[in-house]
Design a protein around this ligand. Structure first.
Ligand code: HEM
Length: 172
């Protein structure tokens, strides 16, 4: 029943998008929408080439091979998003609503979340105590030099002037 409703709806959607699809295609598309295929991460990661490029975004798998040439962000952005969970990369770009709508046509299934590789933490390690201390002391030395250097120059200038005068006054 649900499948029939989807099959009836899909031709309208595809006519609107200017596509002509046969009934068998529509039925398989409808079946996939109601019962998506589940892939392991390893299976998806195999599709990592220009001629066969799959990406994972928010747990869903997209075959973006036909979109590589047309992707406004370039094919490299999509190719470098293979073999990983590209959700963060995708979201960092701030894709528009129309980009998100476009994704639907490349949807091929879902990824088994338990097969995804563990997330790598990219946050920088907190500075160690010794590192922080050496930074603080070098900052202090720089400040002292900034204060002392003009005084030192003044002192030398004064001393030169003083000894210059004395040597002039001294009997020949
Ligand atoms: C099925 C998946 C994707 C679709 C349908 C898609 C679609 C689009 C579209 C329509 C744009 C134009 C701007 C917009 O409307 O937001 C765009 C830009 C872009 N996309 Fe994607 N994209 C996908 C996946 C990705 C992924 C995984 C990356 C990885 C980083 C990516 C990187 C970019 C970049 C860098 C831009 C250019 C942004 C700019 O110049 O401002 N896209 N994409």
């Amino acid at each position: 029943m649900a499948l029939n409703i989807i099959v009836q709806f899909l031709p309208m959607r595809n006519r609107f998008e200017g596509k002509r699809l046969c009934r068998a295609h529509l039925q398989s598309e409808a079946a996939m929408a109601s019962n998506p295929k589940t892939f392991t991460f390893k299976d998806v990661a195999k599709h990592n080439r220009k001629k066969d490029c799959w990406i994972i975004v928010r747990g869903k798998v997209y075959d973006v091979t036909p979109f590589l040439e047309d992707h406004p962000g370039g094919d490299e952005a999509l190719l470098s998003s293979t073999e990983k969970d590209a959700t963060v990369d995708f979201e960092d770009v701030g894709h528009s609503d129309s980009a998100i709508e476009m994704m639907e046509q490349y949807f091929v299934g879902e990824v088994d979340a338990s097969t995804l590789p563990a997330k790598v933490k990219h946050s920088p390690a907190p500075p160690t105590q010794a590192h922080g201390a050496s930074n603080q002391s070098s900052g202090f030395v720089v400040k002292m030099l900034q204060f002392l250097l003009p005084l030192l120059i003044l002192g030398v200038a004064y001393a030169l002037q003083y000894y210059g005068k004395r040597s002039k006054l001294a009997p020949q």
